[in-house]
Each structure stands twice: as C-alpha cells, then as structure tokens.
Ligand binder design. Structure first.
Ligand SMILES: CC(C)(COP(=O)(O)OP(=O)(O)OC[C@H]1O[C@@H](n2cnc3c(N)ncnc32)[C@H](O)[C@@H]1OP(=O)(O)O)[C@@H](O)C(=O)NCCC(=O)NCCS
Length: 181
C-alpha cells in the first residue's frame, strides 16, 4: 500500500517538476523530456497498429498485440506527446530472462530520443527481475543496432533466416544481450 502511494507521489511530483521547469526554464527541457511513458491501454491499439504498419514491411497483427497485452509476463508501454502516442515498447520477463519483443517510434517522432527513452525505461523494469535482457534485430536495421550498442548490448549470435523478407526470402537476425547485474 505504501509502495503504491510512493509510486503515485513520485509520478505526480515528477510531472509537476517537469511542467515547472518547462515554464520557468524552457531551454532546460527538451521535447522528449516533456513526453510521458505509461502502460499501454486497449484504446491505444488503433494508434499502435497505425505506427506498426508504417514502420514494418511485415507488421504484427492486432491479435499479436492483444496476446502480449493479456500475457501476465509481458509489459506493454507507450510514449505520448500530449495525448498522442508516438511510440511503444513490449517487454517479457520470465525465469530471470527478459526480452524486448518490439520497440517502435512513429516516423515523424524518430531521431528525437524517444527510442532511447523507451529503451532506458524497459531496461530499468527488466533490471528489477532479470539478470539478462535479450533482443533480436534485422541485419539490415543499422539504426536500431546503433541504439542498442550505445546502451551496452553485445552481439551473442545470429539466428539464420529468422525474419520474413522481400520476394519470399528471409533475413538473418542478430541476437543481442545486455547483462543487467
Ligand atoms: C529504431 C528506433 C526504435 C529508434 O528510435 P528513435 O526514437 O528514432 O531513436 P533515438 O532518437 O532515441 O536515437 C537513439 C539512437 O539511435 C541511433 N539512431 C537514431 N537515428 C539514427 C539514424 N538516422 N541513423 C543512424 N543511427 C540512428 C543513434 O545511435 C541514436 O543515438 P544518438 O542520438 O545518441 O546518436 C526507431 O527508429 C524505429 O521505430 N524504427 C522502426 C522500427 C524498428 O526498427 N524497431 C526496432 C526493431 S529491432
């Protein structure tokens, strides 16, 4: 009960501080600082699917998002600017291992720091319950690889022909891991 109240107080205080600094020292607060991370709701699905379709040639279906949302070992987050969702991330944690299953930022909000903000948040959640955080990334996705490497992830292997690709072909995945202890 006290932990819940403390969480609520920290959240309210943080929001109030951010708004105070944005008003008094506008140059000290970036656009991304003013964005908020919160748990995904079912009402976010339409926007999440819209971003998913824009970002991936082979997007997840609504059913896949629903399954992630329903699974107890999964936690699904969004980042919003005002009341508009600009990105999302999905993490699973089981038996001391965490996996980032999806992270995606709306094309118009990319390159501002939203992806890094979401990754740092998911890493902090994973750190509380897991020893290692894993993820896979397409060999061609050098932008995401740069983000993961800057956060300390290391390559631990290749999953051959893991992803569907153009013309019925397949693309390898690079497997990355971050030690959390
Ligand atoms: C990958 C993705 C999540 C990154 O999110 P983002 O908000 O654009 O990234 P950020 O602005 O937080 O940048 C974080 C880092 O990513 C890398 N990065 C971002 N844009 C880049 C670009 N155009 N070229 C190369 N590296 C880039 C840099 O390392 C950057 O760190 P820096 O700003 O300190 O240089 C986002 O581009 C995205 O949603 N892509 C489509 C979906 C996807 O590929 N998801 C990952 C699947 S594994």
């Amino acid at each position: 009960m006290f932990a819940l109240l403390r969480c609520l107080k920290d959240f309210v205080t943080y929001d109030a501080d951010r708004e105070f600094y944005a008003k008094v020292f506008p140059e000290s607060v970036t656009k991304v600082d003013l964005m908020r991370l919160r748990k995904m709701r079912k009402t976010d699905f339409a926007r999440v699917l819209e971003i998913e379709a824009k970002n991936y040639r082979f997007p997840w279906s609504q059913e896949t998002f629903k399954d992630c949302f329903a699974a107890l070992s999964y936690t699904c987050w969004v980042c919003e600017e005002g009341d508009k969702v600009v990105g999302y991330g999905i993490l699973s944690i089981a038996a001391g291992e965490a996996h980032i299953l999806n992270i995606s930022v709306a094309p118009e909000a990319q390159g501002l720091g939203v992806g890094r903000k979401m990754m740092e948040h998911l890493i902090e959640i994973a750190r509380k319950k897991a020893q290692t955080l894993f993820l896979e990334v397409r060999v061609s996705n050098t932008k995401a690889q740069a983000l993961y490497e800057s956060l300390g992830f290391n390559e631990i292997g290749i999953r051959k022909n893991y992803y569907p690709a153009e013309n019925n072909s397949r693309e390898h995945a690079i497997m990355l891991a971050l030690e959390l202890l």
